[in-house]
Design a protein around this ligand. Sequence first.
Ligand SMILES: C[S@@+](CC[C@H](N)C(=O)[O-])C[C@H]1O[C@@H](n2cnc3c(N)ncnc32)[C@H](O)[C@@H]1O
Length: 291
Amino acid sequence: MTRLGTAWTAEHVRHVGEIFRQGRNPAARVYESIGPDFFLAPAPGWLNLGLWDGDGAGLADEAEAACRRLVETIASALPPGGVIVDVGNGLGVQDPLIAELVRPRRLVAVNITERQLVAGRPRLAEASAAPVAGDAARLPIAEGAADGVISVEAAFHFSSRKAFFEECHRVLRPGGVVTMSDISTERRPLGPAELLSGLTQLRVFGLRLTAAMTARQIAAAAAAAGLADVQVTWCGDRVIAPALRLASARLSSAPAAPAGHLAVARLLLAQVDLLWRRHIIDYILLRATRP
Ligand SMILES: C[S@@+](CC[C@H](N)C(=O)[O-])C[C@H]1O[C@@H](n2cnc3c(N)ncnc32)[C@H](O)[C@@H]1O
C-alpha cells in the first residue's frame, strides 16, 4: 500500500495519468494511490467524510468518532444476524464496526480494488468478513442470498447507480434492505469557476459525467430497479461542511507531505468548497427495501 504522505509513488503517477486518459477502471487507480496514512483522511484508515455533531469545531479530536457515527447510522438499518454485503469497503476499518453492530451470519466485503482488500486484511479478519474483489455493478453474489447491502460513500464511483440498484434487487431476499450514503449533484455547474471545479473533481476522482445525479434522480433509480420504501436524508451540513473545515485546518498546519501534493490538495479543496457553498453538491443517506 502506498504512502501519500511521504513521496510520489508509481501509483500516484498512474493516478495522474488516469486523469488525462481515463481507463476502464478509474476508481481502482484512484484508490490504489490512497493508503492508510493518506494525510487528508479524517482519521487513519477511514476514507469517509464522517457524520459530525455540531460544526466540527473539535476537528481532529472528533474525526474518528464522526467516521464511526456515519457507518453506525447507515448500518443501523441492516437486519441483525443475516448475510450482509458491504460494497466499497475502503480499507476495512468499517467492517469490524458493522460486525459488532449487526452480528451478521456472514459478512462479505466487496471492493473494486484488490489492494485495499489486501491492506484491510487484519480488519477483515477481525470482522470475520470474506474479501471479494468485485464490481458494485456486477455483484459476485447469488440471487436472493443477502439480507442486507451496505455501501458507505462509494456509489458516486460506480459505473452506473442504476446497475448497482438492480444488483441490490437481485441479490437481496424479499424484505432485505439496502442502506448507503452517496454524494449527489443537486444542480448543474454554471459559469467558468463552477464548470472547472466540477469537471476537475470528476477527472481527479475518476468519475463519469453520469455520476452527477440529484438525490431525487438517485432515489428514482432505486425505485426504477424495483426497490420500495426509498427514503433519502440530505445531510451535507453534517458531512461535507465539517469535513472541509477539518481538511482546511490540516492543510494550514503544514502536514508532512510533498509541496506538490499540498498545492494540489489546496486547489481541490477550494473547488469542493465552492461546489458545496453554491449548493451544487450535497450528501445523502438512502435506505430502501426489496419488496
Ligand atoms: C470514498 S471510499 C469509501 C470507503 C469506505 N466505505 C469508507 O467509508 O471508509 C470508496 C470505496 O469504494 C470502492 N469502489 C469504487 N468503485 C467501486 C465499484 N465499482 N465496486 C466496488 N467498490 C468500489 C473504492 O475502492 C473505495 O474503497
